[in-house]
Design a protein around this ligand. Structure first.
Ligand SMILES: [Fe+2]
Length: 186
């Protein structure tokens, strides 16, 4: 496939807030969008009734979703928990499994959880300056274990796509909960 010529562009990214200007799409995920993801569904429904807070936002400057392109976005994952489980993203495999992704931590702190369909498991702590590599075939989900927003930048191939369904069906093989002194990963 030939990529159509495009005009080069530059964006401005504010590390602290994750603000990306300009952006052409903004995805907002609230607690109600994460039904089934958290272990404590009663706590989730209570939060939904109590204003349905935003869990995370993704800002992106869209480019064509095709081979040869690279999609860049920032995610702002807010601080909070559902029961004792920290706020997290839905998590996904790439629809095209043979595509990788690079994450760069900008502010706050959390975990990058990864798994494969064959039972592979990995968890990486992330904070400002962490560059994390998500190899092809690894599902990925981020978790905010701090009191501030956890902000990171991501770059992935244009054709990758998102497969959320596989995670909704299988769940993730790790959870991160509030412990007495530190986050507990299980
Ligand atoms: Fe991804």
């Amino acid at each position: 496939m030939t990529v159509k010529p495009m005009v080069p562009f530059a964006l401005v990214l504010e590390f602290r807030s994750g603000k990306l200007e300009p952006h052409t799409s903004r995805i907002v995920r609230r607690v109600s969008d994460l039904r089934g993801a958290f272990a404590d569904s009663a706590a989730l429904e209570a939060l939904v009734k109590d204003g349905d807070p935003v869990v995370y936002e993704v800002l992106q400057y869209d480019v064509p979703e095709e081979t040869g392109q690279l999609i860049c976005c920032t995610t702002v994952l807010h601080s909070g928990s559902v029961g004792d489980e920290y706020f997290m993203t839905k998590g996904h495999y790439h629809a095209v499994r043979d595509t990788a992704e690079v994450y760069l931590g900008l502010s706050g702190q959390g975990y990058l959880l990864l798994m494969t369909e064959e039972g592979g498991i990995s968890a990486m702590p992330m904070s400002a300056g962490t560059v994390a590599y998500v190899p092809p075939r690894w599902a990925h989900r981020t978790v905010n274990t701090g009191e501030e927003p956890f902000v990171f930048f991501a770059v992935y191939p244009g054709q990758a796509g998102h497969d959320y369904g596989a995670i909704q069906e299988s769940g993730f093989n790790q959870r991160v909960r509030r412990g007495t002194d530190a986050p507990v990963l299980r």
